[in-house]
Ligand binder design. Structure first.
Ligand SMILES: [Mn+2]
Length: 244
């Protein structure tokens, strides 16, 4: 079975019995999306030990970078704006290490939401820190509807890998207040919302790991919407081919 490493999130538990416990975790929506695509999910705890991460990635055929906090703007040469959300230095360091070591192993990488933004920043791009401050961003990207509801459409680039499963246009959920500003040189934008926000990325550089990234949360939709589960199947298929 193809094994997919999932990046973890950190939280401190507010609970009578586990009060203050520091925890690495992942939303089961990601886990279930990988299982539905016929692969085995493997949670990688939030650690900074390079050799340990290297060793874990040796048994992974692909890496999925999951959602989470805002990325520190210091990483793309900016100071924080007033409306930036929570950042996590520990998670930034961990995600950057995961990405670097996955590239070293040349295994395929799927970035979701923060994961897509992380890939862009790691490769030299930058982010809009708060889209409400950007006049061109005119649609609502931080939906109040449930996570499994779609709220805006994206247009998909016909020559992209994702077009095969998503088609020309698809409705997505939207749970972000940041977005890609300058795209990293190795990346191409392959989907946009109607206000021009980059909603998906890929790489065309054959010497890099295959990279897919989406700004929405397909893991919350894959149970009910076939094209969203097909996106995970596409990623697993790329992992299988890369692994040959
Ligand atoms: Mn959006």
């Amino acid at each position: 079975m193809i094994r997919i490493g999932l990046s973890g999130a950190l939280s401190v538990i507010q609970d009578k019995y586990w009060q203050g416990a520091d925890r690495s975790h992942v939303n089961n929506a990601y886990v279930n999306s990988i299982l539905r695509a016929g692969a085995a999910p493997l949670l990688i705890p939030v650690i900074k030990n390079r050799m340990a991460i290297q060793s874990i990635l040796e048994v992974c055929d692909g890496l999925m970078l999951t959602g989470g906090e805002d990325i520190s703007p210091l990483l793309y040469g900016e100071e924080p704006v007033k409306n930036i959300g929570a950042v996590s230095a520990s998670r930034d360091e961990y995600d950057l290490l995961l990405f670097e070591l996955a590239l070293e192993r040349k295994i395929p990488i799927l970035g979701i939401c923060r994961g897509m933004q992380l890939i862009n920043v790691a490769l030299g791009g930058s982010l809009h820190q708060h889209m409400d401050d950007v006049p061109q961003s005119t649609i609502h990207h931080l939906q109040q509807a449930n996570r499994d509801q779609v709220t805006h459409r994206v247009t998909v680039e016909p020559f992209s890998r994702m077009h095969r499963v998503l088609g020309d246009s698809v409705a997505v959920n939207s749970w972000h207040h940041q977005a890609i500003k300058e795209l990293a040189p190795e990346l191409v934008a392959v989907a946009w919302s109607s206000d021009g926000v980059v909603e998906a990325i890929e790489t065309t550089n054959q010497t890099l790991s295959p990279i897919l990234g989406v700004q929405w949360h397909p893991e919350e939709l894959s149970g009910a919407i076939p094209v969203m589960s097909a996106l995970f199947s596409l990623f697993i298929e790329i992992c299988e081919k890369t692994n040959l």
